[in-house]
Design a protein around this ligand. Structure first.
Ligand code: ADP
Ligand code: ZN
Ligand code: ZN
Length: 760
């Protein structure tokens, strides 16, 4: 081992690089390269292979296994001050260990693309804050009719009030913002705002309970802060009175019970302490209302971080949180690792949602990592959902989480009435029964909205020959091609392959080709012919692909310009459609029979979430589930006794079957163009695991994946299961080590998924 003198340069830097190798790389930093202090968490540029790469300094020391003269020097240091704190690095280490994923790749997940590519860690704009003045707030469009650009910007300020806007926000609005802003400032309609922390101190909205008054005089909010009901108050107090220490809270509140209001009041207490809040949601463009509600409530700068933004916007948002310029970060799972200068609270809304799990590359659960992050930072983590995951409920039952409840709808809204509609032997018009059609007609005649849910896009999932039974299959996957009637195409939803819609059967040449099964396009066509004078909006991945189209449809619906809303699971997520009084799930049975043991949990969550879209305002809502299994115990339990009671039974079933959350799983997946290779590989791996002779680990498989062939790849899997998390972890460490020593053929790709959500 090469050793260098302590505490003076040259140093040896242990650098993480985003390559699929689970190790650090040693480099040397000479005196001339380090005029400044170098610390872990900084980026460096290093020679790697024949080129250069950006790496992340993880450790600085004086020892290396490689002889000193063979070590290459770093090219340059990118960050004078580290971008990640030691707590951030601890989290990265933990995640890399727990998910057995190369640390360089975990680190590169933590950084936005621009920083990964080596861009500056400084913000481009000096970060001054601007806000609308009193006269700016009441200014009318006529006052600025000669300067339309200024009017536009003033409106932008008014819309965001009381949130302050940073120069980055303004640059996002228009790249020539400076001139327009100057004009508004000269007219005293906009002014520079005081420093952020001071704003938080001065303009704190004291929650009304503390003053006993409905409204604070200095309240800059455009919206009235409602008086929390007793359950909300309990939840708010429980968290707000325990800031500054780690605890996990599970807020289980039925849809419309005021969870968001609880978040906002807790966030306010955190902001009052001058701290930052990280709010994670499943899919941000599905919840534009949340962003607007936050902006109308908080007089601090807010940052957004999700995949619909540009690299530059994400770069800015990340740095604004890192430097403490913005106080709230609202983002998706990719925002999880964003460094926080003054962390105070992490919130995960809709914590049950499977999009918190990254399903490829670095497979991690944003929920579980968020909890670890809260623990390392010693701050509270608040999980919220109307339908908590069985994992979280189990943790709450085990007293690991504090369980908080909101059991009533806030305001005046009543809970919807859910019923099962038996469609056995009933005549169906493209999946719609006469009873359902009548109900829809009644609601439409009252000028209210109907929402129909069907979790399959396209026209029909199968094209079959009436003469010979031939079915259009994908050549590359074990799957049928889906009919897309609008574009007259057949499409594989798994590999993307497509072709023209066939007109005659390629097998018998004479038989008639018919669509089999239901997709949203088909139900749309049926509804349009039944209700020709009604406006229908279809929301699925096909209709919302264009940027901005989803937002347009959502505002069309909210403005009452739609009578029937038809869509896929997009509809289940967080929208408030206040005029919807009838919700129908066209085919609830499709969720009942699945080989995946989590399928009923997902179905129950979906039924409750979709139902929650009904009757959120004053009007009472009805929910109809069409089924051929009206006596199904799960469905009956769910609609009669609610999600909580369903979950109790489901947890008991998991316990009996020794399934998560009562056991811990890891799934090894392997695929190759060749059918044999992945199977043989996993068999070898299973044999190795068996030599450990650890009775507390079950080794199941290898077996073909439920869809064995996808995109021409043959897929196999091996499941490891244990009743103890640590035992499973130890086994995985050993196993991965042994696999590294195997000569795995290049043609095989394999991956490990710790706590898999999908067994496919
Ligand atoms: P959730 O997040 O649980 O779906 P929200 O927080 O969005 O519920 O609340 C639903 C509606 O009820 C919103 O319009 C909200 O402003 C309103 N609301 C929430 N809490 C109260 C309250 N204590 N009093 C009156 N209205 C409330
Ligand atoms: Zn045929
Ligand atoms: Zn395919």
């Amino acid at each position: 081992m090469a050793k260098l003198p302590q505490s003076e340069p040259p140093f040896i830097l242990k650098v993480a690089i985003a390559v699929p190798l689970n190790r650090l790389f040693d480099y040397v930093a000479h005196v001339d390269t380090i005029q400044t202090k170098i610390e872990p968490g900084s980026r460096v540029e290093v020679p790697f292979g024949n080129g250069k790469k950006i790496g992340y300094v993880v450790e600085i020391c004086h020892e290396s296994d490689i002889s000193f003269d063979k070590l290459k020097p770093i090219e340059r240091i990118l960050d004078e001050h580290p971008l990640l704190s030691s707590d951030d690095l601890k989290l990265i280490h933990w995640a890399s260990d727990y998910y057995h994923h190369p640390i360089g790749e975990v680190l590169s997940t933590a950084f936005p693309a621009a920083l990964r590519k080596g861009q500056s860690g400084d913000l481009q704009h000096s970060q001054l804050f601007y806000e609308v003045t009193e006269s700016g707030l009441i200014a009318q469009p006529v006052d600025l009719k000669r300067t339309p650009k200024q009017l536009q910007l003033l409106t932008y300020f008014q819309q965001n009030h009381p949130a302050v806007l940073t120069e980055t926000d303004l640059a996002d609005w228009d790249k020539n913002w400076r001139k327009t802003l100057k004009g508004l400032m000269e007219k005293a309609l906009v002014k520079q705002a005081v420093e952020l922390v001071k704003i938080a101190e001065q303009r704190t909205i004291k929650p009304s309970h503390s003053t006993g008054k409905e409204k604070n005089i200095n309240n800059p909010c455009r919206v009235k802060v409602p008086q929390p009901n007793p359950e909300q108050q309990t939840a708010i107090d429980c968290v707000s009175k325990n800031l500054g220490k780690f605890a996990v809270y599970l807020l289980e509140g039925i849809t419309g019970s005021g969870k968001t209001e609880v978040y906002m009041q807790i966030i306010q207490s955190v902001l009052d302490c001058g701290q930052q809040v990280l709010v994670l949601v499943p899919e941000i463009n599905l919840t534009p209302q949340l962003e607007a509600r936050f902006r109308q409530r908080f007089s601090v700068a807010m940052a957004l971080f999700h995949s619909n933004l540009t690299d530059k916007q994400r770069h800015d948002a990340w740095l604004r949180m890192q430097k403490g310029i913005s106080s709230i970060l609202l983002g998706t799972r990719s925002a999880l690792f964003t460094p926080l200068k003054n962390p105070g609270l992490i919130i995960l809304d809709e914590e049950h949602d499977s999009s918190f799990k990254q399903q490829e590359g670095f497979r991690f659960s944003a929920r579980d990592v968020a909890i670890m992050r809260g623990k390392l930072l010693n701050i509270p983590v608040l999980l919220g959902s109307a339908t908590p995951s069985l994992e979280s409920l189990h943790n709450a039952n085990q007293q690991r989480y504090r369980h908080l409840y909101l059991t009533e709808r806030a305001g005046n809204a009543a809970e919807p009435n859910i019923s099962l509609l038996d469609i056995r032997n009933k005549k169906l018009n493209n999946g719609l029964s006469d009873v359902l059609i009548d109900e829809i007609r009644k609601v439409l005649s009252r000028k209210e909205q109907v929402l129909l849910f069907l979790n399959r896009r396209g026209f029909a999932p199968t094209l079959i020959c009436h003469g010979c039974g031939w079915v259009a299959r994908c050549k590359h996957c074990d799957a049928n091609l889906v009919i897309h009637n609008h574009e007259k195409r057949l499409r594989c939803h798994h590999c993307g392959r497509e072709q023209h819609l066939l007109v005659s059967c390629p097998a018998c040449k004479t038989g008639e080709l018919m669509p089999l099964g239901l997709g949203t396009e088909r139900v749309e066509a049926a509804l349009q012919s039944i209700f020709p004078d009604k406006v229908l909006v279809r929301l699925d991945r096909d209709t919302t692909q264009r940027k901005g189209s989803l937002e347009r449809y959502l505002s069309q619906i909210n403005e009452g310009q739609a009578d029937i809303i038809l869509g896929t699971q997009m509809l289940a997520k967080g929208h408030h459609f206040s005029d919807v009084t009838l919700v129908a799930i066209v085919d609830v049975d499709s969720g009942l029979f699945s080989i995946d043991y989590r399928a009923t949990e997902r179905l129950a969550q979906l039924v409750v979430q979709v139902s929650g879209r009904a009757g959120r305002a004053e009007k009472k809502g009805n929910v109809i589930l069409q089924t051929r299994h009206p006596n199904n115990p799960m469905l009956n339990k769910l609609i009669r006794e609610g999600y909580g009671q369903y979950a109790k039974v489901a947890l008991e079933e998991r316990k009996q079957a020794s399934l998560p959350p009562f056991t811990y799983q890891a799934l090894l997946r392997a695929h190759a163009n060749d059918r044999e290779l992945p199977f043989v590989f996993l068999k070898t791996v299973a044999a190795i695991a068996k030599t450990y002779q650890n009775n507390s680990i079950q080794i199941l498989g290898p077996v073909p994946a439920p869809m064995e062939k996808r995109a021409n790849l043959h897929r196999y899997q091996l499941l490891l299961q244990a009743t103890n998390r640590n035992i499973l972890q130890q086994c995985l460490t050993r196993l991965l080590n042994d696999i590294e020593n195997l000569k795995v053929p290049q043609k095989i790709r394999w991956s490990l998924d710790v706590d898999p959500l999908d067994l496919f």
